[in-house]
Design a protein around this ligand. Structure first.
Ligand code: GDG
Length: 491
């Protein structure tokens, strides 16, 4: 068992026993669709950095797809040793990249779980591919598992993995963490596979969600449509086993991100000084270009702000970083076209020779630049239509100067809103409210900014990536579900 950020000190085994891991082997086995590069985590976000550090410090495995679109499903497994950890990657065929990854995961589950039934592109062949890949991953992972391992599976790509592992004879504790929202029963049942998906989830010992609301949605489904018996707030009896359903809100490497703002990037500093000389404030948004992030709604709100407050012209700019993602899925091309048309229309109407109101970057920006860019922005504009958590909201808070902090404007429909009460919460569908709130953020007195930021920063620092991992792994270590599991013959 391994904990984030804990060095392999001589007393580590005592700590492992304390939380119920097996000190002899007790490894952590992380499984996710893509494997973070354990050699270079500099560009990665919170999850990859946190888990990679954990695995590098202690024995462990990270297993997943190698990311290439042209392999053979079930083909040769690559094992790379990085310190005490192993990075294990497997290939997928073009047919399964299309069916499992672009298809079922990103054209069915992603829109469905983000409440976007209008964008679900359901095809039976996608589901077959999804099942086939999960079965193949399970078969390829089995030889790497040792007694006492804790297996931690991540995200919607791999919901059936525990079921497939159990069928292959796996008796280790297996936990699942869903990074994205889990919808209410009325939405979930629109999927032809809802019953199989939930049954497969129940093969995990711990099912973790970002929020109380998400955990509540699974509990509501179980109450309405399953024979699982609720034992207490978080535990269910499923046949002879006990399954834990709980919230484990993900955090960021808050110290690390704050430290990045102190390593001044020359270009960012020059940009900041230029804005200071011109008396310009900046609103910043940082999101993968995804329809769940509410980007057109944000642009419309900025446009409305400018229409209502013409005095802000030339004194406020909006910087939106939106790197490309999943471009082979049709809905992503549509959102890009919509966004680019809006940016062009608003800039064309409002810009002057010496002022571009919206700066839109459709490329990935270096992480070392993102942190100081956030610090130099007076408003963090984070308004997804639906989001599991949203790490950018936490990064923006961690990046601020506590003496003169900016203001976080946050969607009510981001998981982060369940925790970040001192942000200015908005409904991302309400353009007027968003425009009013942007104005309030831009004109907020220093004392109120400091009061709000202090509370937010305290929360982000205390509930960081390490705390998240520790909480999840403690729950998984303590899980009794698999102990009561009857031995299953390998199929
Ligand atoms: C999923 C869930 C949940 C963004 N642009 C650039 C860049 N980023 C970084 C951000 C942040 C990460 O990517 C995005 O994380 P989010 O949480 O905002 O969103 P998703 O990618 O949708 O993540 C989400 C998360 O999983 C974790 O559980 O919070 O709800 O949807 O770290 O800073 N990084 C760099 N350049 C960019 O241009 N380097």
């Amino acid at each position: 068992m391994a904990l984030a950020g804990t060095a392999a000190t001589p007393d580590a085994s005592a700590h492992l026993e304390e939380i119920g891991g097996d000190a002899e082997t007790g490894r952590l086995v992380v499984v996710s669709n893509r494997v973070a590069n354990l050699r270079n985590t500099g560009q990665a976000g919170g999850l990859a950095v946190g888990l990679a550090e954990t695995l590098k410090e202690r024995d462990g495995i990270w297993f997943g797809w190698n990311g290439a679109p042209d392999g053979v499903t079930g083909g040769e497994v690559q094992v790379e040793r990085v310190g005490p950890a192993e990075q294990v990657t497997v290939p997928l065929s073009p047919k399964d990249v299309a069916g499992y990854y672009l298809g079922y995961a990103n054209s069915v589950l992603w829109p469905l779980f983000h409440y976007r039934l209008d964008l679900v592109d359901y095809r039976p062949a996608f589901y077959e591919s999804y099942q086939r890949v999960n079965e193949t991953f399970a078969r390829q992972l089995m030889p790497f598992l040792k007694d006492g391992d804790l297996v931690w599976v991540h995200d919607y790509h791999l919901i059936p993995l525990a079921r497939c592992l159990r069928r292959a004879g796996c008796r280790q504790r297996i936990g699942f963490f869903l990074h994205i929202p889990f919808p209410p029963p009325d939405i979930l049942v629109a999927s032809p596979n809802h019953a199989e998906l939930v049954e497969a989830l129940l093969d995990y010992d711990v099912i973790g969600f970002q929020t109380q609301a998400d955990a509540g949605n699974l509990k509501a489904y179980l109450a309405e449509r399953s024979s699982a018996v609720q034992l207490d707030d978080t535990r269910f009896r499923v046949g002879t086993r006990t399954v834990t359903v709980d919230r484990f809100p993900i955090g960021i490497d808050a110290q690390g991100f704050a430290a990045m703002t102190r390593e001044a990037d020359d270009e960012v500093q020059i940009d900041l000084m230029r804005r200071q000389v011109l008396g310009r404030r900046q609103i910043i948004g940082v999101d993968r270009l995804d329809y769940s992030k509410g980007l057109p709604e944000r642009l419309k709100a900025f446009d409305r702000l400018m229409a209502q407050h013409p005095e802000l012209e030339k004194s406020v700019t909006y910087l939106q970083v939106a790197p490309p993602t999943r471009e082979k899925v049709g809905a992503y091309g549509d959102i890009r076209a919509e966004l680019e048309a809006l940016v062009g229309a608003i800039n064309g109407r409002l810009a002057d020779f010496n002022w571009t109101p919206i700066r839109y970057i459709h490329r990935s920006v270096d992480r070392a630049k993102l942190a100081p860019l956030m610090r130099g922005s007076q408003v963090g504009f984070v308004t997804p239509l639906r989001d599991g958590m949203n790490l950018v909201a936490k990064e923006y808070v961690a990046a601020q100067d506590p003496e003169n902090p900016g203001v976080l404007v946050l969607s009510r429909f981001a998981g982060a809103a369940e925790e970040m009460h001192e942000a200015l919460l908005v409904n991302p569908y309400d353009t007027d409210e968003m425009a009013r709130t942007l104005y309030r953020a831009l004109t907020m007195p220093l004392a109120e900014r400091r009061r709000r930021h202090e509370a937010l920063l305290d929360h982000v620092m205390r509930h960081d990536a390490r705390a998240w991992q520790e909480a999840f792994l403690a729950a998984l270590s303590g899980a009794t579900g698999s102990a009561a599991r009857p031995q299953q013959a390998p199929s």
